[in-house]
Design a binder for this molecule. Structure first.
Ligand SMILES: C[S@@+](CC[C@H](N)C(=O)[O-])C[C@H]1O[C@@H](n2cnc3c(N)ncnc32)[C@H](O)[C@@H]1O
Length: 220
């Protein structure tokens, strides 16, 4: 089984968890600062199996067919989001731009396919999915990248495909608490319109105990 995919132009990336072959141009971090703070993230949220978000994603997954294939975009270590899906029998495929996160994911889930790549560059395994989840990813990306990512996800979701992603309901920008980089939310109306343009409908929203806001969408 394929457990990791790396692009041809990969170089050697040194990280806290060892040496990982991973694409990375000098001084150009596609993980939006998360590779740098991985030594803090991996033993923190990245190891907390009861971390915030798991229950909302578990509830969302109940509407997917048994054994469905689910893309976890910006999967991090896979804990807790991929994990809660794997435990429910779904076929998870992870993508993350941070080599250290991917190394931690592979160590924990050696039989689950994971690609070390930026979501905007990835071919998303060149297949279709029943569902896609992106917890804590969208707002790290530039506005144009967020819009294109929604269209890209819609393109790999099957006829009844479902998407859940987190981002604040208000159009806003702020400093990411861990990396200090600027995060941007397009806000409810712009996400709704972008989903509509991509052939998806925004069918609901949720909020969790950590005050994270979830957008839930389905293919039309
Ligand atoms: C806030 S963390 C969330 C990780 C995980 N989803 C979770 O629930 O713990 C954001 C993740 O997105 C990844 N990331 C940031 N920019 C990315 C990009 N352009 N492509 C792929 N992954 C990216 C980071 O490396 C990090 O693992």
């Amino acid at each position: 089984m394929v457990v990791a995919r790396h692009r041809v132009q990969s170089g050697i990336q040194y990280c806290g968890l060892g040496v990982v072959n991973c694409p990375r141009l000098p001084n150009f971090d596609k993980s939006n600062g998360y590779e740098e703070i991985a030594p803090l993230f991996v033993p923190g949220r990245g190891s907390n199996t009861s971390g915030v978000g798991a229950s909302v994603v578990a509830e969302w997954s109940q509407r997917l067919p048994r054994g469905a294939a689910i893309l976890d975009l910006g999967c991090g270590t896979g804990v807790p989001i991929s994990q809660v899906l794997i435990e429910r029998g779904f076929k998870v495929y992870g993508v993350d731009a941070s080599p250290s996160m991917v190394a931690a994911f592979q160590a924990r889930f050696p039989n689950v396919p994971v690609e070390c790549a930026a979501v905007e560059d990835s071919d998303l395994f060149g297949r279709t999915f029943d569902g896609a989840v992106a917890w804590g990813l969208f707002f790290l990306l530039d506005i144009g990248v967020q819009r294109r990512l929604i269209a890209k996800i819609a393109g790999v979701l099957g006829r009844t495909g479902k998407l859940v992603f987190t981002s604040p309901s208000q159009e806003s920008s702020w400093q990411d608490a861990m990396t200090g980089r600027t995060s941007i939310s397009l806000g409810y109306e712009a996400y709704r319109q972008t989903l509509e343009s991509a052939g998806m409908s925004l069918v609901g929203t949720r909020r969790d105990l950590g005050d994270n806001h979830y957008y839930i969408a389905e293919k039309r």
